[in-house]
Design a protein. Sequence first.
Length: 737
Amino acid sequence: MNALTVVSSSEIDYSQFNDGSTPGTWKVQVESPDGTLSSAVSFTVAVAAPSLSSVSPTSYASDTNNHTMQLFGSNLVSGDTLTFTDPQGNIIASTAAKLTFVSSSEINYQFNDASDAGSWSVRVNSADGTLHSSSNSFSVAADDTTYSISPNPATVDENAGTLTFTITRSNGSASRTVYISTIQDQGYYNAASGTTSTSYYYTGLVDVACTFAAGQTSIQVPVSINDRGLTSGSEKFSLEVQDASGTNLASTTFAITNNDTPTTTYSISPSPSTVNENTGTLTFTVTRSNTSQAATVDISTVQDQGYYNAASGTTSTNYYYDGLASVSYTFAAGISSIQVPLTIHDRSLTSGSEKFSFDVESTSGNNLASTTFTIENNDQRPSQPPPTDIAPEIIGPSTLDVTVGEPQSFSSSISATDQDGTVDFYQFRLTSGTGFFTRSGGNNGTSVKVPASQLLSVGFTPGSTAGTDHIEVTAIDNEGAASTPLDIAVKVTAPTAPAPAPSAGVLADLSLDEYLTLPASVDGYSEILPSLTSDGFQADAFANSDGSQVVIAIRGTIFTYISNLITDGAWASDDVNTIIPGTNGATLRDYFDDAAKFLISVETMDNGKYETANIQITGHSLGGALAQLLGEAANIGVTAFDAPGAQGFYQSLLADLKHDDPTTYNALIALPSQSQASQTDTNYRLYGDPISTVDHPNGDIKDIYTIHSWYNLFRRAPTSPITGHRPFSRYRTQRAP
């Protein structure tokens, strides 16, 4: 407090004020002994401009290295920046990371002149860039260092492994980094054919940094040379030394000489060789490509072609010829070929041949060349009387069952063999009857002769009269001999008339069969597939004896649940979710899904046995309504009895099936029946029956006006299991309107 002096009640002096080099607006207040403060008075501390007095050092080497520059002056603060001016007058701002604030009188900077020699200047700027010091000059001395490469030029053998270059500089005072590259500018490309490899003749260098330490005047640069096994010629390339800016400092060339010794190749003549067994000697000539030095090879005959050079039961190696086993032969220097004789034995054989190998190997066992030779057994065979020709033998069916006018393909069941030759032809003749032979569908009359290769092209079409035709087939061999004729009795029968479609009475019986336990065969129709689901749906499939007619009968309301009749009565509401009484909550939608699956099962059972049959669907009451729905969905004819109409339900049931069970829907619309002509529905109803008048049925309506007529349809059941009377006798006879 000694620096503060109270002069009077209106003046206080303070002689020790220090702004700490903090410029800006300041405030001062007077505090009384009891701590009371006066109002504040503002005053300003002005910013002092930075001052630069000197730079150390004042000269720098021309290179790309960082050099420490010290800048001395006053009023320097943290945050100040520097501005450099290069010899060309370009303004270069300082980099914050390279500037260090030391004190108010010193700033240090890592200066890099980028090898730009000449007169430079620098100044200091305040942090906000408004105040500047004066500029101080310094110089960057040009680098006059020279570089050389040794050897220059260089030549190296391709098997040398490494070529080492020595890079020398004239001035070693400072550290310096140079960049070494191998260059493909001498007409050769350092890559294998078809590749982009840069390591074919040598391992290339691309701007590889090499550093001279301070005081070091030379460095060594190794280049790996690859041995490509070439025997002549050379490849020439360049080696360059550059500074960081890409300026060339020194260059040379180097040549790679291909000096490998050529590989000697061997060949054998003749190759392959064929000799008659009575020739006596087979002579091979072995030739080599390089005659500069003497060479010894080993010659062997080898039994690796499927034949053994020994008499049966012996281990002799001199049966067909005198074998060679690693026999040494020497090429004198300057000699390119030698001859190797092989003795051939005459075994007096008259046919066939034997094949063997002939190998040339080095003394270390490496294969140099190989060939094969064949000994032909050419001695004359003793004359033999010509053999007696044996006629071929033919086999085939003795009978054929055919239908009048129906073409037959039967030649695949005929074959023939010939012991001393080949079967060349087949002769077909119709010896009795009115049919004719065919080839490729055309009429070839009653006789045809074909090459054996065309046997399967022959067919037979019987005439228009039932009876027995006779066909005679003869095989003929390559020498003209004919077999004993094969006689085939062709039994021609009239075609069987197709079975008639089931009558309304048969369909009525099969509908009734769903309620009652009747014999397994009804009106000639036998059950082929029963169905009883867990929800109470029941249907049966019946087929006639030849499977050409199929009837699917769907059970209606169950007699043991009289309340089921209510289902028919509620039909007019068009509610597909109506629960059928007496079931486990099953709805009309469930029954339609069950009916569709049952139909699919019938058309696909036994590998599609019934998919071409004439299929009809029938049913009584609720079963008749389901039959109408299923028939419309599958394009199958329907005969219904006392059934309510189903048109009001059809679209919603089909849409629900597509949405809820797409697998069944897709199978339903893909059934074979979908491709047949549009089918007709017939609805029989007892006149006055209230159920069959509900909704609109599909197809025709046939009213039955008398109970007697109704009985004729449902003619087999003696009594109803509910009423004790014949079926539907509860309805009285109605007068026709």
